[in-house]
Design a protein around this ligand. Sequence first.
Ligand SMILES: Cc1ncc(COP(=O)(O)O)c(C=O)c1O
Length: 389
Amino acid sequence: MSAATEQVTALEDAHASGVYGMRPLVLERGQGARAWDTDGREYIDLMAAQGALNVGHCHPKVVAAVEEQLRRMTLCPPAVYSPQRAQLVERLCALAGMRRVFLSNSGTEANEAALKFARVSTGRTKVVAAKRGFHGRSMGSLSTTWDPKYRKPFEPLIPGVEHVTYDDLEALDAAVGDGTAAVILEVVQGEGGVHPASEACLRGAQALCRERGALLILDEVQTGFGRTGRLFAFQRYGLEPDLVSLAKSLGGGLPMGATLIGERVAALPSSSHGSTFGGNPLACAAALASLDAIEGEGLCERAERLGAEARATIAGWGLPVVKDVRGLGLMIGVELRKRVTPALKGLQERGVLALPAGNQVLRLLPPLVIEEDELAQALGQVHACLEAL
Ligand SMILES: Cc1ncc(COP(=O)(O)O)c(C=O)c1O
């Protein structure tokens, strides 16, 4: 480890909040699906900043748009009109088939807004969420996140949230009632282990919500922007959610969140919700450039094809340590019969960065711009590493 690397880790270890389980890695530069550490080591990055870099590190279109916007204007109050914001909200509505957009800065904020819209719109307070679901860490969103390790230290959370088995329509049927404001679901659970929901359950959830006067919130924070082979995962099944939460890859690498609002959702009282940085022109310019890249470079189709090939390759290895290979598009989960931490460490030593999803699932979220030979090289290392476990 170089002196520069040691200095960075020492400073963070001493002064950063300590809420993260840190990896011994200092990243300082990225381009496309590659990243470099402070010792000049190159990695193929299948973390993509927790799925926030679908267009890769420093996409040239995003860099150019941000550079231009940076010189023009970075911040404009949300109560003043902005050309970049106007373009972005119109484009998101057209792409998702929704009516309005509330812009914020993160996934948890996107869900907070969705929950507020659901309460006001229905006049109800109960929320049905899923076991293994992850919706963020601020108090409202955290109340719908399932894993006790995130929730327990901060209880009591907001009341009235029931967690039911994921992808189980009967369980939803039993839970959604007169007092239910919303059902909140991920189309593919990410943090919970990369579990896609069945079309039947998602359609059933939508029908139940309509029938019982509740709103359907789909959390596409991780699945959005081409990750699963469609711009939004719900579009694969022709769903019409009432609210959709977005963040991660929305901003092309800049922080941004969005809550898409459908026809059945009532407006919030004026000034009852807001965000100082939400919809700032810099993030909007980055998001517009990122959408240009996703559409112009056919990244959804690319994710669909490369993801199916990668999952078939991994399953084809027939490795005893692999219990299951699942996912949609380039959102790939490899469930192991052993703990995933040694695999992640081994991969990093072999120049590949990957993520866990729980204790036994290796999660691969390559940037959708990854070159085919880069992906093949990375999968070669995954194979070598899993074989050696
Ligand atoms: C599905 C989902 N929702 C919400 C969030 C929270 O997003 P953020 O960390 O931007 O608040 C995440 C983050 O991993 C997520 O995967």
